[in-house]
Design a protein. Structure first.
Length: 117
């Protein structure tokens, strides 16, 4: 399941990045463009890392870390995409929750690799 969702999230990251660069060109504010860019910048590599965690076949903390990378990047990026499209700015208070999820995900992957090199 992690592999399928990570691949889907990677696909959506590329699609949303292209959508922002082309379809939304000239419609987003400068701040909105920055949010869109940051959302895409974080989404794609975390999708790839979650995919790698799922494909590693190692299980345990590595897979749990992959899930946290995916969920964290989803929360982080979705709130930024939404604000870029005009959603309330209070969503910016939710964005760091996604960042924390990504940080914990990386820590779990490191722990998993340290226990089973």
């Amino acid at each position: 399941m992690l592999i399928r969702l990570a691949a889907l999230f990677g696909f959506l990251s590329v699609a949303l990045g292209a959508f922002g660069a082309h379809a939304l060109e000239g419609t987003l504010t400068t701040e909105g463009q920055d949010w869109w860019h940051t959302a895409t910048l974080y989404a794609l590599p975390h999708a790839a890392a979650a995919l790698a965690a799922g494909l590693s076949g190692r299980g345990g903390n590595i897979v749990r870390g992959g899930w946290l990378l995916l969920v964290g990047a989803l929360i982080f990026s979705a709130t930024l995409y939404a604000m870029a499209l005009g959603a309330p700015r209070w969503l910016g208070a939710v964005t760091p929750i996604g960042g924390i999820g990504m940080l914990v995900g990386w820590a779990l992957i490191a722990l998993g690799a340290a226990k089973n090199p």
